[in-house]
Design a protein around this ligand. Structure first.
Ligand code: IPM
Ligand code: MG
Length: 354
């Protein structure tokens, strides 16, 4: 097949990890006879430096004309003093909003080869862990009104959700749960927040239409604790933007390294935005030590969810697993007895296995 992809390397380690993911996607194209074209654009700090804004209208239009978008990471100390409205992160938020990708899939599984990197006790991870965190991505406190007092001594961030926003996200969660282990946990703070009460009522109403799915409701503070105490109890978790941001970092720690974690952000069609869940890691940028596997695995999600190439996606996942089996590790997941390789070498190893 023929597919047109936009890449947004972004800042610091972004270009290094995106180069490895592109290398692997090109290997897939060669092996399976596809033609992928890559259109590289600037996002975040790189865009601020070049154009004065973190996301240009032209870049957004290019993303919305592509079959899918693969992003690295944005932000870093260089742009910390930029006014809030033009910060690199604003570019990412505007991109998510502008592409209408309201559903953020953040899978959490422990690669068996990395079980040693999981900080939880062996008996806690003895049962398999396979969680899909489904985070709402274009609403919540991320996009509410903000206010700062003139004397700078008080501030407000508004949390807002509409029934429509909750419903379209929850439906994806129910559909996923049906195809997985049939369990859905809706995470909120309905004992305090009105947005969460709306969230819970909406999920409860939909639950009646999915009798085959077992639904539970959990307050976010308890969910944060349960993820550590008994992570195997979860199948699909649905939650709002802010809670999902926090819980997905927590789940990444369970998986062993933030560097391993891919994500997919989808809207109503097949076009999606794919990115590792980690940040731009300024401290290790340019040293060829970043872990490209989260980005490479995001490429696999891109093939599966935007291009419908399931076998090719599985080939990338198998290749990653194979390279880990052979004992190769980037520094963040290295352990006694493993072979530490750099970012580029890791990309080469995965591409070679395709
Ligand atoms: C993430 C990140 C972003 C978020 C930041 C960089 C704006 O933490 O994708 O989880 O909070 O959504
Ligand atoms: Mg985050």
């Amino acid at each position: 097949m023929q597919a047109h992809l936009v890449t947004l390397p972004g800042d610091y380690i972004g270009p290094e990890i995106i180069a490895q993911a592109v290398k692997v996607l090109e290997a897939v194209a060669r092996r399976y006879g596809h033609r992928f074209t890559f259109d590289e654009r600037k996002l975040g700090g790189a865009s601020i430096d070049a154009f004065g804004v973190p996301l240009t209208e032209e870049t957004l239009a290019a993303c919305n004309a592509a079959d899918a978008v693969l992003m690295g990471s944005v932000g870093g100390p260089k742009w910390d003093d930029v006014e809030p409205a033009r910060r690199p992160e604003k570019g990412l938020l505007a991109l998510r909003k502008g592409m209408g990708v309201f559903a953020n899939l953040r899978p959490c599984t422990i690669h068996p080869q990395l079980a040693g990197a999981c900080p939880l006790r062996a008996d806690i991870i003895a049962k398999p862990i396979d969680i899909m965190i489904l985070r709402e991505l274009t609403g919540d406190i991320y996009f509410g009104k903000r206010w700062r007092a003139e004397d700078r001594k008080a501030a407000t961030d508004e949390m807002a959700y509409s029934e429509m926003e909750v419903e379209r996200l929850a439906r994806i969660g129910f559909e996923m749960a049906k195809k997985r282990r049939g369990k859905l946990c809706s995470v909120d703070k309905a004992n305090v927040l009105e947005c969460s009460r709306l969230w819970r009522e909406t999920v409860q109403r939909l639950a009646a239409q999915y009798p085959e799915v077992e639904v539970t409701y959990m307050y976010v503070d308890n969910a944060a604790m349960q993820l550590i105490l008994r992570p195997s109890q979860f199948d699909v978790m649905i939650t709002g933007n802010l809670f999902g941001d926090i819980l997905s970092d927590e789940s990444a720690a369970i998986a062993g390294s933030l560097g391993m974690m891919p994500s997919a952000s989808l809207g109503s069609g097949t076009r999606g935005l794919y990115e590792p869940i980690h940040g731009s890691a300024p401290d290790i940028a340019g040293k060829d030590i970043a872990n490209p596997l989260g980005t490479i695995l995001s490429g696999a999600l891109l093939l599966r969810h935007s291009l419908g190439l399931d076998a090719e996606a599985a080939a990338i996942e198998r290749a990653v697993s194979g390279v880990l089996d052979e004992g190769y590790r980037t520094a963040d997941i290295a352990a006694p007895g493993t072979k530490t390789v750099g970012c580029i070498a890791m990309g080469d190893l995965v591409a070679a296995r395709i």
